[in-house]
Design a protein around this ligand. Structure first.
Ligand SMILES: *[C@@H]1O[C@H](CO)[C@@H](O)[C@H](O)[C@H]1NC(C)=O
Ligand SMILES: *[C@@H]1O[C@H](CO)[C@@H](O)[C@H](O)[C@H]1NC(C)=O
Length: 410
């Protein structure tokens, strides 16, 4: 089953102690006799001189691996602004809330972060089933809690402190980030590179992995205004985020992971009510045409970027999704491949790029939705997979739970 598609980490955290734990799910349970199938939890640590919005210490989750690779992952979570009344109708999934409210949530305080995080997956997973190539890498999952696109809680000093908590001298560091976490890397890679050099006193091979960073928000003035407010507060400009100009400046080999039908882009930013998070089934031919235009325009820019950056890589799938690297089902699952079912797993393609092998490191679906059939979950006769209904049902349950929690301030 597939139902964590839309669950953000907040639900995974919340689900940890509950009876309906995700671990009961067949999908997440590796076959029992699979070598290295035991998933180890990540351990909470606090970062020196780094604070969340409410003044609590910023935190990270650590996995002590056994190879020379270190993955530092910057989580996503949008922004906070002064007045979010325009966005309340979208619920939590817009990831834009007011700072007073965010102060009290998972994205504003480390109060309530559990000591162990055992629902880590994908790139942050440490068994073969979740993360076949990088399962043994050392990992730090950095939690985002400043509402300020990382600009408040992170800097070179904090980053060096984070490195000092990792028990290895890495040969290679993968700086990974989703959403605003990715944009922080795009803007600060130079400082982070200098911090790494200073800390280890030697050259360490550096790679960047950006997940779900490409958005065109230009058609939604409210979202433009919100991000303008947040970028001003952070001391950067709008051209520093969501922009190909900013990406072009990066001089570290970078791998971009992108959903060609990112639901945040289509449903939230572009306002297509037909999206339903994981499919376009309810969209009219006219809506599908508009969506195609958006998809192809972003894809063209990605292709141009790849031409300008021969040592970069791309994996852009025609599935309705958002954030692909920290979920096993998109990182390392046969349903998510480019080209479909032909050995095009994200985890494999990323590894090929990392090891400088593979004929090409640029992978994108040329077919529109739903023609990458395994991930669109559509049978050939056009009927939906019963799994899809299950997913939607579970999504709705979770959404109503989050509303409930909000209401009672749990
Ligand atoms: C702040 O967010 C809370 C919770 O989403 C909402 O109830 C409140 O109306 C918001 N206030 C402003 C000024 O945006
Ligand atoms: C967040 O909470 C802290 C501590 O309770 C408080 O000092 C601060 O003013 C709050 N910030 C906002 C934006 O509400």
């Amino acid at each position: 089953m597939f139902f964590i598609y839309f669950a953000s980490l907040i639900y995974l955290f919340a689900a940890q102690g509950e009876e309906e734990s995700f671990e009961d799910d067949d999908f997440l349970m590796p076959p029992p006799d699979d070598e290295g199938s035991f998933a180890h939890p990540l351990h909470r640590t606090y970062l020196e001189d780094s604070y969340c919005m409410d003044g609590t210490k910023a935190a990270a989750y650590v996995f002590e691996g056994s190879t020379d690779d270190l993955i530092m992952y910057f989580y996503s979570g949008g922004i906070c602004i002064e007045d979010s009344t325009k966005f309340l109708k979208y619920g939590d999934y817009i990831y834009i809330d007011n700072c007073t409210h965010r102060n009290t949530t998972f994205y504003g305080t480390s109060n309530g972060y559990p000591e162990e995080f055992n629902a880590n997956q994908g790139l942050m997973g440490n068994n073969k089933y979740q993360n076949v190539h990088l399962r043994k890498a050392h990992k730090m999952f950095l939690m985002y809690c400043d509402g300020n696109m990382w600009y408040q809680q992170m800097n070179s000093q904090v980053f060096k402190g984070a490195l000092s908590q990792m028990k290895l001298i890495p040969k290679r560091i993968i700086l990974a980030g989703s959403g605003v976490g990715g944009w922080y890397l795009v803007n600060k890679y130079n400082e982070l590179r200098a911090a790494i050099k200073e800390f280890y006193q030697e050259e360490v091979e550096l790679r960047i992995l950006l997940d779900s960073v490409i958005f065109d928000i230009s058609r939604n003035q409210d979202i433009v205004d919100a991000y303008t407010e947040a970028t001003k507060r952070a001391g950067i400009t709008m051209n520093d985020i969501f922009s190909f100009d900013a990406l072009l400046k990066v001089d570290i080999p970078t791998f971009i992971v992108h959903s060609q039908y990112d639901w945040w882009q289509l449903e939230i930013s572009d306002g297509f009510e037909c999206i339903g998070k994981i499919h376009l089934d309810k969209c009219t031919p006219k809506e599908k045409k508009q969506i195609e235009k958006i998809r192809l325009s972003i894809l063209q820019q990605l292709k141009d970027l790849m031409k300008a950056k021969p040592d970069w890589g791309l994996w852009a799938i025609s599935c309705v999704f958002n954030e692909l690297v920290i979920w096993t089902e998109s990182w390392n699952h046969p349903k998510f491949q480019i080209p479909m079912q032909k050995g095009g797993l994200l985890s494999d393609k990323f590894q090929d790029w990392l090891e400088n092998r593979g004929e090409t490191n640029v992978h994108y679906d040329i077919v529109p939705w739903p023609d990458n059939k395994p991930c669109s979950n559509i049978f050939h006769n056009g009927k939906t997979d019963p799994q899809l209904d299950e997913m939607i049902r579970n999504y709705e349950i979770k959404e109503s739970r989050s509303k409930r929690e909000e209401k009672y301030d749990l």
